[in-house]
Design a protein around this ligand. Structure first.
Ligand code: LLP
Length: 431
């Protein structure tokens, strides 16, 4: 069990989250079901903001919507005073529809279409994080056409390899994201500065990867970024004011995981930026961070109903549940590992390692290879922890499975923030 937020075992021996008994939640809302601890979501937003306030004079925290973005989440993030990072017209639309202030939205992506750029410029969103020369050219043309000036950050590849899964490493040289240092990045700077009526160069961005536990790669990235900022000043005389260090702080998926706390992470990063600025005799930039997973990951659990149990003598026991890779693609995509308990028998000790399988027509649809569970019976409820990030947002309708509902729970009350899809929804767009 991952002890996060309000998760605990209650007097009935059931798993509880947000003061709600998970067995009751399932009775009412069915399975599979994503349940998010609203208190923990809010607390994590506040911890980031406070940590930033305490360790750096000018800082801003921006939630990376790709981890989990629905309108209720956008509203929560706005209420907690964070900015929002979006990576598609769809995420932008969701945020605006939820009433998120456009000037607090940051637009990312390595291949934004002209339509998406236009939507962003029309909405008056805060900043576009530009990924390439071609995109700069598109923005200049659009801004000219609209007679608007757009504030941009250029995304750089600091050449840092973070210790994380290859698929979620992004700061290295061979990456589809960002400008390479130094020539390509300098070309981007010059192009930006050559269009002062259309573009304002606010600063630079980097994101070295995700689910990272070490602070060193961030420190290295901060040094490289500040060196480049100083180089830009030397070559062009222009002094940028913002540095966005991206997201990447890891969370606990297994009990053995020991990520640094939000406070340690922010304060170490802030120190690294302060020192790097000093070393380069550069004025300390405004510091932006874009956490995604570390805000919502541990706040979410997924509840499944156990169905078929199959013993393969001498090999393993398969325990199949009523969801799988369509609601959590991470084990199949990254070999991600999770902890689980039987939510209706949460007070019982584990007694056997079993393999938790999903219901998709794929042998690779395994949610947990080795889950240590008490005796499992058909009809039991399985709770998988730390599914609040990159599960709902990466969910699919594979095998025409409707996507689960998402609940926010708090103080013993549950509210549906995303309805369960129906079969009707599945065919709604078919012609
Ligand atoms: N900023 C940028 C520019 C990013 O690309 C990302 C994540 C973040 C911030 C937020 O990173 P976080 O704090 O969540 O680590 N689907 C993968 C993760 C992909 C991350 C993509 N970018 C997974 O499930 O592990």
């Amino acid at each position: 069990m991952i002890q996060a937020g309000t998760i605990q075992v209650n007097g009935r021996g059931h798993l509880e989250i947000g003061g709600c008994d998970t067995v009751d939640l399932v009775e009412r809302y069915g399975t599979p079901l994503y349940v998010m601890d609203e208190e923990l979501l809010r607390k994590n937003c506040r911890r980031f903001r406070n940590a930033m306030r305490q360790s750096y004079s000018r800082g801003q925290v921006i939630f990376a919507g790709k981890a989990f973005l629905v309108q209720a989440m956008a509203r929560l993030v706005a209420e907690e005073g964070l900015g929002l990072d979006v990576v598609s017209g769809g995420e932008l639309y969701t945020a605006l529809k939820a009433g998120f202030p456009a000037e607090q939205i940051y637009f990312h992506g390595n291949n934004k279409s002209c339509t998406e750029l236009e939507e962003a410029i029309d909405a008056g969103m805060g900043r576009i994080i530009v990924d390439s020369i071609m995109e700069l050219e598109d923005i200049i043309a659009l801004a000219k056409e609209k007679g608007k000036k757009v504030s941009v950050l250029l995304r750089l590849k600091p050449g840092v390899e973070a210790h994380t899964h290859e698929y979620i490493q992004t700061g290295q040289e061979d990456s589809k994201f960002g400008f390479a240092l130094e020539d390509e990045a300098l070309e981007g700077v010059r192009l930006t500065l050559s269009a002062p009526d259309q573009l304002e160069l606010a600063g630079f961005h980097c994101h070295i990867g995700s689910q990272i536990f070490q602070v060193d790669p961030f420190r290295l990235a901060a040094q490289t970024m500040l060196q480049f900022m100083a180089l830009v000043r030397e070559k062009t005389g222009f002094v940028v004011s913002q540095l966005n260090m991206g997201g990447g702080l890891g969370i606990r998926y297994r009990n053995s995981d020991e990520p640094p706390s939000i406070e340690t992470f922010v304060s170490n990063l802030a120190t690294a930026v302060t020192n790097a600025a000093k070393e380069n005799d550069f004025p300390p930039p405004e510091l932006l961070l874009e956490p995604g997973r570390s805000i919502c990951g541990e706040a979410g659990i997924t509840l499944y109903r156990v169905g078929v149990i199959k013993d393969i003598p001498g090999i393993r026991r398969y325990v199949s549940v009523d969801g799988g890779m369509m609601d959590n693609i991470r084990p199949a995509l990254y070999g991600a590992d999770y902890e689980a308990v039987l939510a209706n028998k949460a007070d019982r000790e584990g007694e056997k390692h079993v393999t938790v399988a999903g219901k998709a027509c794929e042998s690779g649809d395994i949610i947990i290879n080795e889950a240590f569970l008490p005796a499992v019976e058909k009809g039991d409820l399985l709770a998988v922890f730390s599914t609040g990030a990159y599960c709902y947002s990466m969910a699919s309708n594979y095998n025409r499975n409707p996507r689960p509902a998402v609940l926010f729970v708090r103080g013993g009350k549950a509210r549906i923030v995303v309805r369960r899809e129906s079969y009707e929804n599945l065919v709604a767009l078919d012609r």
